[in-house]
Ligand binder design. Structure first.
Ligand code: PHB
Length: 390
């Protein structure tokens, strides 16, 4: 039998950042995860951090490695009609983003929790969550085989897009908002030099493509595909031909090719569960909402959720009043819906719906042309991409 003020299910970036921020506010927590630390480190996710996310990592004392090893990007290229159009974030929004993969954010957070003596348990088994009693109860088997009963004053579900915790909220007490998309992303990692010094978001008649990067010698690229695609049925040559065809244009832009070391088809969905709390349970990050990866908002939203949650939790505990979690839900959802719109908008503007008509295609090109030629339109994208103030 153990007790903790806050039990956190999920020790990815959202769970670990929450545990870190709570400890700075003098609140203890226990975070658990079914995955081992090595398994989480091997998961590839998006790589763009908004300015406010970078500030949170640095100012809250997690690590300043992002400033030393991350790459600051002051713009992106929008590519359509076979030409690139640069959006200058510094000029348009007075801001920038950092290319710093989610895995590195996780490593920094896990190291910081270890450094500060945080209670984080990776590789646990047989997790059972019970929120029907007076206090939330977690039962699990520790990595070393010890059975644990953990009672908490608050339970936080930070257990990702396949969250178990979100289903603990009775149907009558929640609403779910979902949008499915008729496409997915085929993502690759390849050993090659950079093809461009900033990210390239491309709309072509063959569909969307995104050229991103990891290091000088390792590149990340994606292209829109059918959700039923088997990534292993595609040869390297076929993947390169498809990517090259999507970015081709009158300026002869070509991708620098190399051996493909990883490939996966990534699901695509917009989802929100409201509210983000119920009784002594709060949901944070992908557990409460998921966005398609086009706007690179998922990790950034998760970090802002837990920033707000960590402000509210000390009050909830002091007054023993879980209804105060409503303040968290209301504040977090404002940003969530703004980001939902942004991600949906970027997605629909840059992808081809399989049942789309030639009219839809021309209309999207008209939208992109209007956007890149309008200072107001370009500013709107730059502000959304670099992130709104927290
Ligand atoms: C990535 O580098 O993995 C990445 C970047 C931007 C996105 C999505 C993914 O919008």
């Amino acid at each position: 039998m153990e007790r903790t003020p806050v039990a956190i299910v999920g020790a990815g970036p959202a769970g670990l950042m929450l545990s870190h921020l709570l400890s700075r506010a003098g609140v203890d927590s226990v975070a658990i995860d079914l995955r081992t630390r090595a398994e989480i480190e091997a998961t590839h996710r998006a790589g763009i951090l908004e300015h406010v996310s970078v500030r949170l990592l640095v100012d809250e004392g997690v690590s300043d490695r992002v400033l030393r090893e991350g790459d600051e990007h002051e713009g992106i290229a929008l590519r359509f009609g076979g030409r690139s159009h640069r959006l200058d974030f510094r000029e348009l929004a007075g801001s920038s983003v950092w290319l710093y993969p989610q895995t590195e954010v996780f490593v920094d957070l896990a190291d910081a929790r270890r450094r500060d003596g945080g209670d984080v348990r990776f590789g646990v088994r047989d997790v059972q969550v019970d929120v029907t009693g007076e206090r939330p109860l977690l039962r699990f088997t520790d990595a070393d085989g010890t059975p644990v009963h953990l009672t908490a004053d608050l339970l936080v579900g930070a257990d990702g897009s396949r969250s178990v915790c979100r289903h603990l909220v009775p149907e009558a007490d929640r609403r779910r908002y979902t949008r499915e998309y008729p496409f997915a992303w085929f993502g690759i990692l390849c050993q090659a030099p950079r093809s461009h010094d900033e990210l390239v978001y491309t709309r072509s008649e063959r569909g969307f493509a995104l050229i991103s990067s990891r290091t000088e010698t390792l590149q990340r690229m994606y292209f829109q595909c059918d959700p039923a695609t088997d990534p292993h049925a595609w040869s390297d040559d076929r993947i390169w031909a498809e990517l090259q065809a999507r970015v081709a244009g009158e300026d002869s832009f070509t991708l620098r090719e190399g051996p493909i070391t990883e490939r996966a088809v990534l699901p695509f969905r917009s989802f929100v569960q409201e509210p983000l709390h119920h009784g002594r349970l709060a949901l944070a990050g992908d557990a409460g909402h998921t966005v398609p990866p086009t706007g690179a908002k998922g990790l950034n939203l998760a970090l802002q959720d837990v920033r707000v949650l960590a402000e509210v939790v000390p009050d909830v505990l002091r007054r023993d009043d879980p209804s105060l979690l409503a303040h968290y839900s209301q504040r977090a959802l404002q940003r969530v819906w703004r980001a939902q719109h942004f991600s949906y908008w970027m997605t629909s503007m840059l992808h081809n719906a399989p049942d789309g008509s030639p009219f839809d295609d021309r209309r999207a090109l008209g939208e992109l042309t209007g956007l890149t030629r309008s200072a107001a339109g370009s500013c709107y994208l730059a502000e959304g991409y670099t992130g709104w103030p927290s």
